[in-house]
Design a protein around this ligand. Structure first.
Ligand code: NAP
Ligand code: F7E
Length: 322
């Protein structure tokens, strides 16, 4: 039985990845941070509590990583832990770099020294490209990285550290550069789930309008369930290397709003208010990823479309909010 250790196990992707790895016969271990309200840290994984084993730890605390790696001796390490909110990263830039870059350095050091035979996955991000776009309108592995946020900068450093440790110490360490991916488990301060929840509240008469920031930026939105399957394929490829995971389609935030409100038989133009609070000091305007390599070489295919994903989110909020 293979053993997987997931940092960020109680996050959106960590919960889907745990379910997927359990379903294909893995033993699953995870690192969680202590939170003052313990219910908050486990609501996404509470149905898995009997099946997974979790340890308190923090990727900024090297000692905690050493202890967990020594105890578990994993075959696969998935580093999903991060301060993952781009706008918030402008407010806590040092914290973001500390967790998302130095935390990864801590993990790589511990991995190299304690279990170098394991395979390592780093949750890299399309936010690393910033506003670089190839002439055909896509981002790919060769697109220059010009990040436009502390979050993007932190992920570029982590990405380079993973490449360096792979080359210098002959480790099976890979970066998955994942474009935006969502689900009903997405935090409600990310735009997809914020729009869906807000529109359902308006539909049910609980709210009069929804405040958003930039409606003109475009994102390539896939489903977390599909993207965690890509993470597993990446680690199970013989050669460690970097990959792009994306749908290859993008939409503006305005188009997202139009789709969601339309499904609820509402006109978004009557309800959306722009609030400067949600505009970022520098905006990343356009993301669309070229995932042809992972499709051709590893056979990855998403099961969800944009519409089926958003419909699933709408159905959940319609049931949840009375
Ligand atoms: P998420 O829901 O915000 O989950 C992040 C997880 O990291 C949470 O479990 C969080 O724990 C944990 N964490 C934060 N700081 C930590 C620390 N210092 N030590 C240990 N754990 C820590 O994010 P996600 O959407 O699942 O994304 C997973 C990873 O993929 C992240 O690294 C993110 O940056 C990256 N990524 C995401 C996307 C996307 O669109 N979702 C795209 C590209 C890359 P708490 O609950 O205690 O905060
Ligand atoms: O914003 C615009 C906002 O916060 C998407 C993270 O998972 O994906 C995610 O980062 C777009 C941006 O995601 C609001 O300006 C408008 O253009 O949902 P988001 P993100 O910043 O793209 C990348 C790939 C990651 O790696 C990150 O971890 O929507 N937008 N109005 C808004 N965004 C938010 N959050 N709230 C608004 O009110």
């Amino acid at each position: 039985m293979k053993k997987a250790l997931i940092t960020g196990i109680n996050g959106q992707d960590g919960s889907y990845l745990s379910e997927y790895l359990l379903s294909i016969g893995y033993e699953v271990y995870g690192m969680i941070r202590r939170q003052s309200v313990s219910e908050n840290q486990s609501y996404r994984i509470q149905n898995l509590n009997q099946k997974i084993k979790t340890f308190y730890g923090d990727i900024t605390d090297k000692k905690s990583i050493d202890n967990i790696l020594s105890e578990v001796n994993p075959n696969e390490i998935y580093n999903l832990a991060a301060m993952s909110h781009v706008r918030v990263s402008f407010e806590v830039p040092s914290f973001t770099i500390n967790v998302n870059s130095l935390g990864v350095l801590n993990l790589l050091e511990a991995y190299k020294d304690i279990c170098p035979e394991a395979r390592f996955y780093q949750a890299s991000s399309s936010e690393m490209f910033g506003n670089s776009i190839d002439s055909d309108g896509f981002q790919r592995l060769t697109t220059p990285m010009n990040p436009t946020s502390p979050y993007g900068c932190s992920k570029v450093l982590a990405y380079n550290l993973v490449n360096h440790y792979r080359n210098a110490y002959d480790l099976h360490a890979s970066n998955g550069i994942l474009f935006n991916h969502e689900s009903p488990r997405r935090g409600t301060n990310f735009v997809t789930n914020k729009v869906v929840k807000g529109a359902v509240e308006i539909k049910k008469g609980l709210k009069k309008n929804l405040e958003l920031g930039n409606l003109d930026s475009s994102r390539d939105w896939g489903h977390s369930y599909d993207y965690v399957r890509a993470m597993h394929l990446i680690l199970n490829n013989k050669q460690p290397r970097n990959w792009i995971v994306a749908t290859g389609e993008n939409r503006t935030v305005r188009e997202l709003c139009a789709y969601v409100f339309d499904r609820l038989e509402l006109n978004y133009e009557n309800y959306i208010i722009q609030n400067k609070k949600f505009i970022r000091p520098e905006e990343l305007k356009y993301l669309k990823g070229d995932a042809s390599e992972i499709k051709e070489k590893l056979g990855w295919q998403p099961e969800y479309t944009f519409n089926t994903m958003i419909d699933e989110m709408i159905d959940l909020w319609m049931r949840k909010i009375s």
